[in-house]
Design a protein around this ligand. Structure first.
Ligand code: HSE
Length: 422
């Protein structure tokens, strides 16, 4: 029986869930695959673990990367700097390396993939994107013979949970975020989730794999989910639109467009049905057409499960060369991204405002699909004006928003939400 000894670094929620799932699935893996996997050393900076077992523990995680008792280092400590040092040390010591750390892979994929190749070891990062969904291997193995033209998905479970609760239970943004934290979906510092950075990092990893193009978070245009008000969700519902935290990647002949932002999708679209902490990814591939993958995008057990699938790959002798995925062939820009738009303007209650807005939009050749002036509350000085615009380019809409803000009758704070037909 092939043996594989794991050095586990990090014993937080995911680390402990991983420890438990190795123990609970050990027999099944041995029986199904003839592989004997075990954890031989734990790196826990506190020097102890909240779990009863007799596995040796070291407070120095770097010992794990150097130990002769370890074939594969599993990094579940989070953060970037220590995780990066650990990765480099493990790979240079010819240990396979498995991580759930999207920041690490998003920032350093090129260098780490090269190091892994040089040392003839595998780097596994299935758990870094979309929690329990096997999306990395679906792109890497399942769609290997296809050119992928685009992907779109929900990659942040916390944000999806927040929008779902705001829509279904009429919670405020803050109340929905607290609930996500209580349930353990949000990152320890929820800024990463709500600012869109978490989703942007995951988007860059999917882009690297889908388009054979080195992408980092710097290549992703992203917006936070905290600009959304319950009012926008309500207005969207009146237009038969559902709000989702979306991430997109599109490859054209000479560039890639990557983005991560709150967006409306049609009520009857597949992505509209993905609720709470669940994630989903739709991929358009040359030969297969569209395929969709959905499942739990956050949470300790699903993430630990994805880590374990990488371990099984390694134990089974799979050493994947990711170097070809980090080429620098295409430029990256979001300016040419096109979609329908929802604009919420706060307009003064004066005659001629709608005419002024319409004229400005017409000057840019933009066509209005829908215009709703909300019923007037006589106590308010401004009234919300909802304008739905048909397909327009990012570079144009940004100019239009600036010009609308310059109109005397329009308040500065304009809400712009993209509407995607997917
Ligand atoms: N906090 C992340 C999310 C889970 O909400 O999707 C880990 O990637």
């Amino acid at each position: 029986m092939t043996k594989l000894k794991i050095g586990l670094c990090g014993t937080g929620n995911v680390g402990l869930a991983f420890l438990k799932s190795v123990n609970s699935s050990k027999a099944l893996i041995a029986q199904n695959y003839g592989l004997d996997i075990s954890i031989s050393l734990i790196g826990a900076r506190k020097g102890r673990v909240n779990d009863e077992n007799d596995i040796p523990i070291t407070p120095d995680i770097h010992e794990v990367a150097l130990s002769n008792e370890v074939d594969v280092v599993v990094e579940l400590i989070g953060g970037v700097d220590d995780a990066y040092d650990l990765a480099v040390s493990a790979l240079k010591n010819k240990k396979h390396f498995v991580t759930a750390n999207k920041a690490l892979i998003s920032n350093h994929s090129k260098e780490l993939f090269e190091l892994a190749k040089e040392n003839n070891v595998h780097i596994g990062f299935e758990a870094s994107v979309a929690g329990g969904i096997p999306i990395i291997r679906s792109i890497r193995d399942g769609l290997i013979s296809n050119n992928i033209s685009s992907f779109a998905g929900i990659l942040n479970g916390t944000s999806n949970f927040i929008f779902s609760k705001m829509a279904d239970e009429k919670l405020s943004f803050d109340a929905a975020l607290s609930l996500a934290q209580q349930e353990g979906f949000a990152e320890p510092d929820p800024t990463f989730d709500v600012s869109g950075q978490d989703a942007a990092q995951k988007t860059s990893i999917l882009a690297t794999l889908s388009f054979f193009q080195h992408a980092t978070m710097e290549n992703v245009y992203f917006e936070g989910v905290d600009k959304i008000s319950p009012q926008d969700i309500d207005y969207g519902e009146q237009l038969k639109l559902i709000l989702k935290p979306l991430s997109v990647g599109i490859q054209s002949e000479d560039e890639i467009s990557l983005g991560s932002f709150p967006a409306f999708v049609k009520k009857d679209s597949l992505l509209a049905s993905i609720q709470n902490e669940n994630n989903a990814v739709l991929i358009n591939a040359e030969n297969v057409g569209g395929t969709m993958y959905s499942g739990p995008g956050a949470g300790a057990k699903p993430t630990a499960n994805s880590v374990l699938t990488d371990i099984i790959d390694i134990a089974g002798g799979k050493i994947f060369d990711y170097q070809k995925f980090v080429q620098n062939k295409l430029s990256s820009s979001f300016d040419n991204f096109s979609c329908d738009r929802y604009l919420k303007l706060d307009a003064s209650d004066q005659p001629g405002v709608v005419a002024k807005v319409s004229t400005l939009l017409a000057d840019y050749d933009l066509s209005i699909d829908n215009l709703i002036q909300k019923e007037l509350d006589r106590h308010e000085e401004t009234i919300p004006l909802i304008v739905v615009l048909s397909n327009s380019k990012e570079s144009i809409i940004q100019k239009v928003i600036k010009n609308l803000q310059n109109l005397e009758e329009i308040n500065n704070s304009i809400t712009h939400i993209r509407i995607l037909d997917i």
